[in-house]
Design a protein around this ligand. Sequence first.
Ligand SMILES: *Cc1c(COP(=O)(O)O)cnc(C)c1O
Length: 431
Amino acid sequence: MSKLAAFGGTAAVPRDRRHVPWPLITDEDRKAVLDALDGPRLVSDTDGANAVSRLEEAWACRFGHEHCVAVSNGTTALALALAALGVGPGDEVIVPALSFIATGLAPVHQMAVPVFADIDPVAFTLDPDDVERRITARTKAIIPVHLHGAPADMDRLTAIARRHGIAVVEDSAQAPGATHRGRPLGSIGDAGAFSLQVSKNIPTCGEGGLLVTQDAELAGAMRRGRQFGEVIEAGRDRDYISYGLGWNYKMSALQAAFTLAQLDRYDDYERARQENVTGFLARLAELPGLRVPAPLPDTTHAWHILRFRFDPAAFGLHGVRPEALRSTLRRLLRAEGVPMSQYQLMPLPDQKVFTDRIGFGSGYPWSVTGAPGTTANEGYPVTRAVIADSLTLQKRHLHPGAGALLGLYGDAFEKVWANRDMVATLAKAAS
Ligand SMILES: *Cc1c(COP(=O)(O)O)cnc(C)c1O
């Protein structure tokens, strides 16, 4: 049994092996951006092909969506999808209690109230039973988040939505390319939102987002909303007439060109990533008290983030708080060179923006619906348990050449688990 790095032993992951870049930027990406810079159109505000329209077509074609509309980022994509579906003041939108803050903010940007629902303890996505409990006469939409790259339970969620006449907007920011019963995420509900933010699986060189839908009319509403409410038609000059409420949510040609170049290599990257990650997880699955993420039956997983849950009882730690085991493992694994971190320090409903409900300066939009407020440290037991007893790995494993590094991470986990008595002693002291 080798000595833990936290106590002076040699780290399982040598320092010079720890840095892994993401995104992986190659000469193809550089050339694509420079070509776009020298191209005829930096902005997609008139009819005609440019990098933005080429990205929309390439994305729709590669993943099997009817329509794709490029926007400025994933957050505006979510808000614009809600807007195009007619979500507005007085409406409620159900979102998961565990997600990135943008999922909870997007309804507020649309002046609707986010209503949080708990998650499934294994998939970490919306619990359909809790969604059903929270539906009211004001519920206008559900935003299932395919968190960490794992498809939400779209069979049950779309059935609930259909029964109540509610729209479904898939937050697919973490799951490009993943499928649910063979269907591409994003096109199962009414609309799907993707983020191309630089840390995501298919990145741009900064900020970007995409909306997809199978509905031509909805795609038209998204396009109008993206550009001041204008209608841009093939073969017709821009007329600067606003046909309805719109914003400026357009994507730049440079951002689109970078993602187009990344998309060319996506299949190779994704194949390598699937192999690297599933091999790593199979190895870790052998360790007692460690629950590794797994795709649900008949789905594929994009592995954007790897979340591991720890079970104190399996460590012989009855009565020890899960937070104590989690922080002990975080400290020991980080000392070995594995950058374990928390993803979300609290459930979304605990975020100050949702407990204080100041909103647009006067308690709006919450003052309109009378939806029950959220209180920090209350409700959402599954979300709280998951945050208390789990840690995540982010970004390092996205690189297609990360297999060797994940091998070293596996060594580190096995080394820490071989010192389980020490883990138990430290966790008890911390509890
Ligand atoms: C990244 C992310 C977003 C927001 O995307 P941006 O492009 O950063 O605005 C929304 N939802 C989830 C789940 C995300 O991970």
